[in-house]
Design a protein around this ligand. Structure first.
Ligand SMILES: [Zn+2]
Ligand SMILES: [Zn+2]
Length: 372
């Protein structure tokens, strides 16, 4: 096999991106009026080192993050989510290109690496926290599942057979397990998480650990309440991302209400300000979830992709999720053309979105592939 093939592909992609960016030089102008809401997860010191053990799609280096801010800041005015939300709720368009920065899950490295950059540049941002994890030495469910699946894949000779067997043993639907979803641990986690209730995710994790043990890396640290208070004083908004990072469409209405209401109450008690903003875990929502979010007292909610619901604009505000690989060329260097394509919805040109974001639709095993 030609080990240079991926690099050549990147060169071709970069050339294609440049061509598309030139062809759509009007793109930024045409996106005026539509706010650009960016979504990140973890901001690390050294991307390559972190990506050896963590999910790459969750990571961006502090240096790359700053390049994103600089490039976007020359073309958009950074504003708060309050400002974007109020405009959308009132049905008003912006008369200038505006952008907002958000972070999901509440990792401590956002406080360590992103917050200083944001403060230095005077850029507002929002952190969506998983309230049961704030300041606790607990795993984010996606990180723990990823570590377990990675360990299992290093042991299992036939992951498809093993996982199908485990699902059957637990009484979970095993017929949707596709070989493609088992291409690597990241794909497997991205497929499995949105389609299972949290109780079932925990049973699967216990089953994998019982079968192969675990090769756990240190638990990524979550941000604590004192750091969140410090960030809030410096202009960072704190929003909710549920109590436990559940996939809302898979939980009972009672459980959804608890996740939404208690997470909001906890933040308000700890930080002393009303919480208006919510981000759907994994970007997954049904219309019942949207109603529950409104009923729980949130005014604005955020997807993890470009598919909001036109009937519920303020409660399905679209976001663009970015990571280190979103804007790099073959050599891992920042490539503004690719970032521009991302921002204009032109990259990757043929990518389909498999998230659940329609009324009544339930996730289908094996079809979901991106975390949020
Ligand atoms: Zn999340
Ligand atoms: Zn979508």
């Amino acid at each position: 096999m030609d080990r240079h093939a991926p690099r050549w592909r990147w060169h071709i992609k970069a050339a294609l991106a440049a061509a598309i960016a030139r062809a759509h030089a009007h793109g930024l102008a045409s996106s005026a009026g539509r706010p650009l809401v960016l979504g990140y997860h973890r901001v690390v010191d050294d991307y390559a080192a972190a990506a050896r053990t963590e999910m790459p799609g969750m990571l961006i280096s502090a240096a790359m993050f700053e390049r994103h801010l600089d490039w976007i800041g020359r073309r958009f005015q950074f504003v708060t989510l309050d400002e974007i939300g109020e405009h959308i709720a009132a049905g008003r368009h912006f008369d200038r290109p505006v952008a907002a920065v958000t972070f999901d899950d509440g990792y401590r490295d956002v406080y360590e690496h992103a917050f200083p950059v944001l403060r230095r540049k005077g850029i507002p941002a929002t952190v969506f926290v998983v309230t049961d994890l704030v300041g606790k030495p607990f795993w984010q469910v996606h990180d723990k599942l990823y570590q377990l699946v990675a360990k299992a894949f290093s042991v299992w000779r036939n992951p498809h057979r093993e996982l199908t067997g485990l699902f059957a043993e637990l009484g979970l639907p095993a017929d949707g397990i596709r070989h493609r979803a088992l291409a690597n641990p990241f794909m497997t986690v991205s497929w499995m998480l949105p389609a299972l209730a949290m109780a079932d995710v925990r049973r699967v994790m216990d089953g994998i650990e019982a079968a192969v043990g675990n090769g756990f890396q240190p638990i990524p640290r979550t941000v604590g309440w004192p750091e969140l208070a410090e960030m809030q004083r410096a202009g960072i908004t704190v929003g909710s991302h549920t109590r436990n990072h559940v996939s809302l469409p898979m939980e009972t209405p009672e459980q959804v209400a608890v996740e939404l209401e208690e997470s909001r109450r906890t933040i308000e008690e700890r930080l002393g300000r009303p919480v208006a903003h919510f981000a759907y875990p994994g970007g997954q929502f049904t219309l019942a979830c949207v109603d529950a979010v409104a009923k729980a007292g949130y005014r604005f909610a955020y997807t993890a992709c470009g598919h909001g619901d036109p009937q519920h604009r303020a409660l399905t505000i679209e976001r663009l999720l970015l990571w280190e690989g979103s804007s790099v060329d073959a050599n891992g260097r920042f490539c503004p053309d690719i970032l521009e394509c991302q921002i204009n919805g032109l990259w990757p040109p043929s990518r389909r979105c498999h998230r659940v974001h329609k009324g009544g639709q339930t996730p289908v095993m094996g079809r979901l592939e991106v975390l949020g």
